[in-house]
Design a protein. Structure first.
Length: 242
């Protein structure tokens, strides 16, 4: 286990690079919703924030016991061979940093949890593609009802999947996404679906913990099951030794 001075695994969390107001300041910042940090802490992990420098800092991976690819803006469509849709909003600095981190994490076989954009990063990193504007496919904005308003959906999970082993075969979710998986990345299996057929969860089969969810589990403070499963997988991968 990466050294944290205890038996609590170190969990890396990718962050946003955005202009942010706090105190007397209005400056460019590396930031993340506090709910991610709180979820990791309450699940028994030590959160470490990873800024989107744009550089491929693969050397970070040996310092981590697990990686959370957090939500955020859209992925540059050129990464999966598409022209940009008018509704697509990208952050190239995040793409550069997170695709490098994802490649390194998969190579090091540390546990990975992708959340919303993070699931999309995982899919595209493995050669998959995305639907760039979901309302054009589903005919509704149910997955992103309004600006900064989370939608409520129920996701059906495949029996025997890692996701179902953690959450059961059906789970209520908070979601906020206007994009979704189209073609699956190499090796990934779709294991969760909304009622309209949108893929809401993917995973790599087998013993490795590589799981992506299109919803936002950090928004439900009463349900730590996914973060708890990630922490336990990190302990198992490292042998539980600090």
């Amino acid at each position: 286990m990466a050294s944290s001075g205890s038996d609590r695994p170190i969990i890396g969390l990718t962050t946003y690079a955005e202009r942010t107001r706090f105190g007397v300041w209005d400056v460019e910042s590396a930031v993340l919703h506090q709910s991610y940090v709180d979820s990791v802490v309450r699940a028994g992990g030590v959160p470490v924030l990873l800024p989107p420098t744009g550089a491929p800092h693969r050397e970070l991976i040996p310092l981590l016991d697990a990686l959370v690819l957090t939500g955020g803006a859209d992925i540059e469509p050129a990464r999966y061979g598409r022209a940009a849709h008018p509704a697509t909003v990208t952050r190239p600095d995040r793409d550069a940093a997170e695709f490098a981190l994802t490649e390194a994490a998969l190579g090091a076989t540390i546990p990975v949890l992708g959340v919303c954009r993070g699931m999309e990063v995982l899919n595209v990193a493995l050669g998959g593609t995305l639907v760039q504007h979901l309302p054009e496919v589903t005919g509704t904005a149910a997955h992103q009802p309004d600006v900064a308003v989370f939608g409520d959906t129920v996701v059906r999970l495949a029996e025997g999947s890692r996701a179902a082993g953690v959450l059961g075969t059906e789970t209520a979710c908070r979601c906020y996404h206007h994009q979704a998986v189209d073609g699956l990345g190499e090796g990934l299996r779709a294991v969760g679906w909304a009622a309209d057929g949108t893929i809401e969860a993917v995973e790599l089969p087998g013993e490795r913990f590589v799981l992506g969810v299109q919803w936002h589990p950090e928004q439900d403070s009463a349900d730590l099951r996914l973060f708890g499963a990630l922490v336990e997988a990190a302990k198992k991968k490292s042998g539980g030794q600090s």
